[in-house]
Ligand binder design. Structure first.
Ligand SMILES: Cc1ncc(COP(=O)(O)O)c(C=O)c1O
Length: 450
């Protein structure tokens, strides 16, 4: 099948391939990527684009890293795959679990591997329920998440996700999942602190439902797909305190924020908080091979270690601990460390945010926010009233594409009602000049739409 021209490839794509979030109208003129180098992607017709979202917030070390391909090839030639089910193991999985546990939070003990973010969260929900059953509290099963949260689209992860578009054609949701207010300062009513208010709404839900029914709260440290919502500094310390007070586990969904994205290896450290479970994926391999996982705290790990045979952790997946994926994860962490990319994300992210702030001079730019190399620009009809702009986001993304920049947007609407938000998260190694170009293109694209 080497006889495809770009046109016949597109034709075959339209006939045979179902895409994530598929709709044929949006896929009429698909861009077929053929090559990536650093922060630049090239399509089959030779056009180059700045990858302003690190593909899907995942290519943290940038494209075209031959040493990651070498790590995969070396491991595949030696042992591409072997079962990691009980009684079996492999060196890359062991070494990567140890490395991640040591890199993340001080209270963490062990890691379970998956191959995606959604599977990581599914696993985290099951681990939370498992833990409470082991503790003699079998009714603690409910999962609290936040409006604008995105946790993946498998059935339970979709039920924790709170962006209505993801529910409409796939309901009903899994029972025992409930959603509360996000720490969304720009859309918080009145002059109150959204950090305190949103944490208190978690507590109100726990009290209303009964703490003895709640297994866990899941939260992205910075909400990504929901429009890059950075919590006020009060939020996570208070949420941690509430979870402790009510015996509820805190799951940090660090699928985007992990592995340097926010300017630290893992994001809750910004606020001095440790979770009980941490989901990860994406940046662990910078997307070079699929990998994810859940890191668990010492007490949760102990509950697995002490279990009688008939209460064993009966959760599994063929590709848990996949040797080739784990070998790539190890080499990716080598790169992040060697090039100090989390530290670079802190410094360059600040510069990126400062440049994006200049866009506030455009009348449809309402809010500009960010932490490290993840930023959001929310569009409004009117800066004074903050009336949400619903619709222009997609046009801004299209204008940016015309000018050689790929970004995404989160459509407006939702609860609380908000404007379209542009999401910007380039690779952590993106050169400063490319970041400047990115900001210019975002500005020009917004102006073109105005
Ligand atoms: C915070 C968060 N959690 C989970 C997921 C789901 O990951 P995946 O698409 O690998 O299932 C995503 C994907 O964007 C995400 O941003």
């Amino acid at each position: 099948m080497n006889d495809h021209t770009p046109t016949s490839l597109l034709d075959s794509d339209k006939r045979h391939l179902i895409h994530p979030l598929h709709h044929p109208n949006e896929h009429a003129h698909a861009h077929i990527f053929v090559e990536g180098k650093g922060a630049i992607l090239r399509t089959a017709d030779g056009t180059e684009y700045i990858d302003g979202l690190s593909a899907l917030w995942n290519v943290n070390v940038g494209h075209g890293r031959k040493e990651l391909a070498d790590a995969a090839a070396e491991q595949m030639a030696k042992l591409a795959y072997a079962s990691a089910y009980t009684g079996f193991s492999n060196e890359p999985a062991i070494r990567l679990a140890e490395r991640i546990v040591n890199l993340c939070y001080g209270n963490m003990a062990a890691a379970y591997f998956t191959t995606s973010g959604a599977e990581s969260n599914e696993s985290a929900f099951k681990i939370a329920r498992y833990y409470w059953k082991r503790m003699g509290k079998p009714n603690k099963v409910k999962i609290i998440s936040r409006q604008y949260g995105y946790h993946g689209v498998t059935l339970a992860a979709m039920s924790a996700t709170s962006l209505p578009g993801y529910h409409k054609m796939f309901g009903p949701l899994v029972p025992e999942f409930l959603q509360v207010a996000p720490p969304y300062q720009y859309r918080w009513p009145g002059n109150g602190d959204a950090g305190i208010g949103a944490a208190d709404s978690v507590e109100a839900a726990i009290e209303e439902q009964g703490a003895d029914t709640i297994a866990a709260v899941i939260a992205e440290p910075v909400m990504g797909a929901g429009g890059v919502i950075v919590p006020p500094p009060t939020y996570f310390p208070r949420l941690r305190e509430i979870c402790d007070r009510h015996n509820v586990l805190l799951i940090a969904d660090e699928v985007i924020t992990g592995f340097g994205r926010t300017g630290r290896w893992f994001a809750l450290g910004h606020w001095g908080v440790q979770p009980d479970l941490m989901s990860f994926a994406k940046g662990v391999t910078s997307g070079y091979l699929p990998l994810g996982g859940v890191v668990v705290s010492k007490p949760v790990h102990q509950a697995m270690e002490d279990a009688p045979m008939d209460e064993r952790f009966m959760h599994a997946a063929t590709y848990s601990g996949h040797p080739a994926c784990c070998a790539v994860g190890l080499r990716n962490i080598d790169i992040l460390e060697r090039e100090a990319l989390p530290e670079r994300a802190a410094v360059m992210g600040k510069k990126l945010l400062t440049s994006l702030e200049t866009l506030r001079s455009l009348p449809i730019v309402g809010d500009v926010r960010g932490l490290g190399m993840m930023c959001g620009v929310e569009l409004v009809e009117d800066q004074g009233s903050r009336k949400p702009a619903i619709g222009p986001g997609g046009r801004v993304v299209a204008e940016a594409m015309k000018r050689g920049l790929i970004i995404r947007q989160r459509g407006g609407g939702g609860t609380p009602v908000s404007g379209d938000s542009l999401c910007i998260a380039p690779p952590l190694m993106t050169p400063e000049a490319t970041l400047d170009r990115l900001v210019n293109i975002v500005g020009e694209s917004i102006q073109a739409v105005m």
